[in-house]
Design a protein around this ligand. Sequence first.
Ligand SMILES: Cc1cc2nc3c(=O)[nH]c(=O)nc-3n(C[C@H](O)[C@H](O)[C@H](O)COP(=O)(O)OP(=O)(O)OC[C@H]3O[C@@H](n4cnc5c(N)ncnc54)[C@H](O)[C@@H]3O)c2cc1C
Length: 346
Amino acid sequence: MRTVSGVHVAVAGAGAFGLASALALARAGFAVTVFDPAPLGQGASGVAAGMLAPEAEALFDAASAPHLALLRRGLSLWPGFVDGLDIPLLGDGLRIEGETTWLVDLQQRALAGGLCPPVWSNDGLTMTGDVRLEARPALAALVAGLHDLGGQLQPHAVTAFEPGRLVLSDGSVRAVKHLVVATGAARTLGPLAPELDHLTPIKGQIARLVAGPADGPVLRGQGVYVCPGAVPAVGATMESGRDDLDPDPGLLQPLLRAAQTLRPGLRTSGARIEVGVRAATPDGLPLVGPGARPGVCLAVGARRNGWLLAPLVAGLVAAYLTGNDPGPDAARLDARRFDRESEATF
Ligand SMILES: Cc1cc2nc3c(=O)[nH]c(=O)nc-3n(C[C@H](O)[C@H](O)[C@H](O)COP(=O)(O)OP(=O)(O)OC[C@H]3O[C@@H](n4cnc5c(N)ncnc54)[C@H](O)[C@@H]3O)c2cc1C
């Protein structure tokens, strides 16, 4: 595989896509600086539950179901990607509980869809295959991995770019050959990346418990999940078209009640709502690769699976910038695919 030596690349955005791409680029020999004005972990990537869950996504999210093979490829890249990083992959699978008719329907759909076969036990279904990570520590570990390779994270927004000239929010100018736009649901870099026009925001609200299951499988009930961890998560809403970060005060109690129905005795006092905004494309897959403007490469549009797909997207970004073959997923994720469709129509 071709690598490069010391070519300067800037990445706008220190979420899962931006940091994973930065790491893949640093591993390929680029001199990488990530810019993000927000504190690490404040964006959607820090709010996320951290499930790397092709099986659950294909079962519970109609928009993800057609992409099962791609989502599984995304998961398969994680063990190699975390080599040398402090990112434990926690593999306890999925436990589904609820009314029998609902479970029977899920089991049939799982079997028909070629998912890991669900197994009945104690009036519920268990499925293997999915894993999870701790999102905020994972972001910190990606930054540490980037530092180890000489890369940096700096607290500025990117405001303008042309090859050789990157302008930052403090007015400074850097000599940078490529810009990776990994700005999540933000649209401020639209003049540099008109492809961002294809993104729709999806607000997500998730409850964080102060205590609860630290490990074990992700638990799913009808309309709710409980994701174990250091700060267990109960989630989550999908509010298409909304990009505000205001917690809905009426949401916390219904979410917690649903979780307690699933696990009576779950300790919910002290729980709080966190809000993140996902970015979705019309076909539910990210926009990855060269944009219309010279020197700009996109890595956005992660929707519900930004963590799951981060190593796959990062590999594509690194392949494009090194000139290597981006492989079989490149066409489906092509950053310009919606513009090409409209060019073909007229
Ligand atoms: C409630 C919830 C639960 C979720 N659970 C999961 C899950 O379990 N598993 C999973 O895989 N995914 C999950 N997701 C989805 C996942 O969080 C997103 O798909 C993913 O985090 C998107 O990553 P990103 O890097 O594209 O964007 P972000 O994490 O939003 O990062 C974009 C960054 O760009 C920065 N930025 C914006 N403009 C500029 C600029 N001009 N210059 C520099 N920086 C800029 C922002 O400050 C931000 O930090 C969840 C999302 C939510 C909201």
